[in-house]
Design a protein around this ligand. Structure first.
Ligand SMILES: *[C@@H]1O[C@H](CO)[C@@H](O)[C@H](O)[C@H]1NC(C)=O
Ligand SMILES: *[C@@H]1O[C@H](CO)[C@@H](O)[C@H](O)[C@H]1NC(C)=O
Length: 222
């Protein structure tokens, strides 16, 4: 009996040790973790791993901010989408991304939920929910990806945005100099930016009133 318990404990120890080894490959940043989950799903399906482009990811965070925390504008009957011209006129300048380096967006996911979800849960349960979203995920047209995760003022709702592009890695979505501008709240992928904890993901830690229940909205498009 005692022996069996030790064995179990050792197993748990080894499992958690190997899990933390895997995690050291990504920054402490839920957006980087989302890219890792997404790329391992693609490579699991024998598709190419996508380049994690920080400039594209910064635009993904701007895309979230365009919704101003309004979850009902993401999906459903009142759904809205930022105009395509916003990329060049607003998102790129806010990120210091050169307008001349913008490339085509070949797919996008945007989801919003009242509760926070870990990146793998956000990927499996929120973002990839039907065959249409699987088609976008598995498209051979993409060469690079950028993701962003953000809470809103007061904690939730939480937004996840994934942008895919067919641009040339390293020469598309490039900044005027150095890394794209980091703005809070919110985290974006590819910038080696540690992004976790109280003031990063959403400005104020706040528990969503349970009475409101939980909701989720999803937009996916090419
Ligand atoms: C990729 O993700 C989808 C959606 O969660 C899942 O159904 C599928 O099994 C995953 N594939 C691989 C190879 O991980
Ligand atoms: C890939 O790109 C082609 C040409 O632009 C387009 O017709 C097709 O729908 C795209 N496929 C996917 C899965 O996005």
């Amino acid at each position: 009996m005692a022996m069996a318990q030790w064995f179990l404990l050792l197993c748990i120890f080894f499992i958690s040790a190997s899990a933390s080894n895997v995690q050291t490959k990504v920054t402490d940043n839920p957006a980087d973790e989302l890219v890792a989950v997404l790329n391992s799903n693609r490579t699991g399906n024998k598709l190419s791993s996508l380049y994690s482009n920080p400039g594209l990811a910064c635009l993904a965070l701007q895309y979230i901010k365009a919704y101003q925390g309004e979850c009902s504008a993401v999906g459903g009957p009142d759904a809205k989408k930022p105009a395509e011209s916003e990329f060049a006129e607003t998102f790129a300048p806010n990120c210091d991304v050169k307008a001349s380096s913008l490339a085509q967006i070949t797919g996008r996911f945007l989801a919003c939920q009242s509760k926070y979800a870990e990146p793998s849960e956000a990927f499996n349960d929120i973002l990839i929910r039907n065959s249409k979203s699987l088609d976008i995920l598995n498209s051979k047209n993409h060469t690079e990806v950028g993701t962003a995760v953000s809470g809103s003022d007061g904690g939730g709702p939480y937004f996840w945005c994934v942008l895919f592009s067919n641009g040339k890695p390293k020469s598309s979505f490039v900044t005027e100099g150095g890394e794209p501008k980091v703005t809070r709240p919110g985290c974006f992928s590819g910038a080696n930016d540690q992004c976790n904890g109280a003031n990063t993901l959403s400005r104020i830690i706040h528990l969503w009133p349970i009475a409101l229940g939980s909701f989720v909205a999803l937009l996916y498009a090419l």
